[in-house]
Write a protein that binds this ligand. Structure first.
Ligand code: GRF
Length: 192
């Protein structure tokens, strides 16, 4: 059974969706660890409630980013984690983790990439007045939201309620992410 670590900085609703998909057998993997870089973030309470082990540590407690990532990489390897799923993790992954987990780090982003990269993608798309929104699951590389796309889903929305749009996008994310991870694991199995 593949072991996944989910990295999150905020609410953690996608983290919970991945945990649920594993426990329901839709995703044949185990979420072995949640990593949070923001002490006090709501995702920490979710991990407790779901009984998922977690590491919450501020990168500021390390001398540099590569020390922080080396520490995390060592913990992940100790636990036998072989896949990292970023889920609202508000940091760029550096060379240390990218090289140790090459093609084994995924991200979910609330836009139809390559449109609207960055931290405020959904709001920027909404303010721009786009009519078709979406979600992308992609591999993480050294570029911002730029790695190879695994899957996408779109949503036609012409309303003017940003909260409603956000809810709809989250619903899509919660089904797309587990499916995309499952698909990626299947494809990987097919290659071995
Ligand atoms: C999601 O919209 C995801 O696409 C983006 O950050 C948000 C995280 O939401 N990368 P949550 O913390 O999983 O609820």
């Amino acid at each position: 059974m593949r072991k996944i670590a989910v990295f999150a900085s905020g609410e953690g609703s996608n983290f919970e969706a991945l945990v649920k998909a594993c426990s329901e057998g839709r995703l044949k993997a185990e979420v072995a660890l949640m990593v949070c870089d923001r002490p006090g973030a709501p995702v920490c309470r979710r991990a407790l409630r779901l009984g998922i082990p977690s590491i919450t540590i501020s990168p500021k407690t390390f001398d540099c980013k590569s020390d922080y990532e080396r520490y995390l990489g060592d913990r992940l390897e100790e636990l036998g984690v072989s896949l990292i799923c970023l889920a609202g993790y508000m940091r760029i992954i550096g060379p240390e983790l990218l090289s140790r987990f090459e093609r084994r780090i995924l991200n979910i982003h609330p836009s139809l990439l390559p449109s609207f990269k960055g931290a405020n993608a959904l709001k920027e798309a909404f303010d721009y007045g786009v009519k078709v929104f979406g979600v992308t699951v992609h591999y993480v590389d050294e570029t911002l939201d730029g790695g190879k796309i695994i899957d996408q889903a779109s949503l036609k929305y012409e309303g003017s309620d940003f909260e409603e749009l956000t809810r709809k996008i989250h619903e899509i994310e919660h089904s797309l992410y587990p499916c995309a991870v499952a698909r990626m694991l299947e494809e990987e199995k097919g290659m071995t």
